[in-house]
Design a protein around this ligand. Structure first.
Ligand code: ADP
Ligand code: MG
Length: 323
């Protein structure tokens, strides 16, 4: 079959691994830079161009859209979806995983344990808000549009105030999170086609400040526990991702999910586990082309946990301002 990998460069290690694995299974694999794709819509039809020339058809698309080009890249993925090409990650599932606030809401609403989180648009009543996430130290997460986010640990209310002043001054939303301390293990689970296929432990390199958190983590193979496996699989299904790295802080057997990644780096994880992690992605692409139900369709069927409808008793009374 014909596989299209959407990636800015064929030399990116994960892209290269997917191409190799696809060719090893006898497929024709091409890498297209999503930024060189043009999309045409006219109300009735859709066309996909590459360098302004009509693109030859493909059987399946494997998107590897960098965070920095998310908006355009996901429009390209979606254009293939409109043309009914199976996607090994639906555009909306990728978008959902990249919106941290949205992803945490979705998981929490479906009973997935997450670190206690507060989202706010200003820093009023800071003490109470910090109390909601278990007091200091707390994590402040930056969600800067499409860019790579940053994470800061604030040890005291004073340092938090200073950090927030900067964060809010830049126009960011504010996400504060319970800091799950050293008792927690940082676990990444790779889920493909709804099944957890590999796990690694992420350890900060010795000598690095714990404040830098995951920058340059060292990976170690990990035999997944049943709860880690079940949690990761449920998360991938909820978000609707065919390929997902589910990041978990495991506190004595209780997995708390803090992030879902849709384009996980493969090479480092392969080196740590000694496993081929690219071929399962190709096998999943084959299954989708053969008519397997996409994970995304199951995610859409999942009833969203909404608050109970406001019956008579539930009506919130708002005091009308006195005139
Ligand atoms: N609630 C938390 N408690 C403790 N450590 C955390 C928490 N959330 C994230 N981390 C650590 O910080 C790192 C970066 O956080 P993450 O949410 O993955 O942000 P990024 O967008 O930078 O990947 C994680 O890999 C993890 O090691
Ligand atoms: Mg992360």
């Amino acid at each position: 079959m014909k596989i299209t990998v959407l990636s800015r460069s064929a030399s990116i290690s994960s892209t290269r691994r997917i191409v190799e694995a696809g060719r090893a299974r006898g497929h024709r694999v091409r890498v297209l830079n999503p930024l060189r794709v043009q999309m045409h819509l006219d109300g009735g039809s859709q066309a996909i161009l590459y360098d302004r020339k009509k693109l030859t058809p493909t059987d399946v698309v494997i998107p590897r859209i960098a965070l920095s080009i998310s908006t355009y890249g996901l429009a390209v993925v979606n254009q293939f979806g409109l043309a009914r090409v199976p996607l090994v990650n639906h555009a909306q599932a990728i978008a959902q995983s990249r919106n941290k606030m949205r992803a945490l809401q979705l998981l929490s609403a479906h009973g997935i344990d997450i670190p206690a989180t507060v989202m706010a648009r200003d820093a009023a009543h800071l003490k109470e808000m910090v109390g909601l996430v278990g007091g200091v130290p707390v994590l402040v997460k930056l969600l800067q549009g499409q860019e790579k986010h940053g994470v800061m640990v604030c040890e005291s209310l004073q340092s938090l105030e200073a950090a927030l002043e900067a964060v809010l001054g830049l126009g960011h939303n504010l996400v504060m999170q319970e800091y799950v301390r050293s008792t927690g293990q940082d676990v990444r689970v790779l889920v493909v086609g709804g099944e957890a296929i590999a796990g690694v432990l992420r350890k900060p390199r010795p000598g690095r400040l714990s404040h830098t958190l995951n920058r340059g983590a060292r990976l170690e193979a990990l035999a997944l526990s049943p709860s880690q496996r079940a949690t990761a699989e449920k998360v991938a299904r909820l978000v609707g991702l065919e390929v997902a790295a589910v990041d978990i802080l495991d506190v004595q057997g209780h997995p708390k999910v803090f992030e879902v990644n849709s384009s996980p780096a493969l090479l480092e994880m392969e080196a740590a586990t000694g496993m081929d992690l690219a071929t399962p992605i190709i096998l999943r692409a084959e299954a989708l082309v053969a008519g397997a139900a996409p994970v995304w369709s199951a995610a859409l069927e999942t009833p969203q946990a909404l608050p109970p409808p406001p019956g008579r008793k539930g009506v919130v009374k708002v005091n009308a301002p006195r005139s």
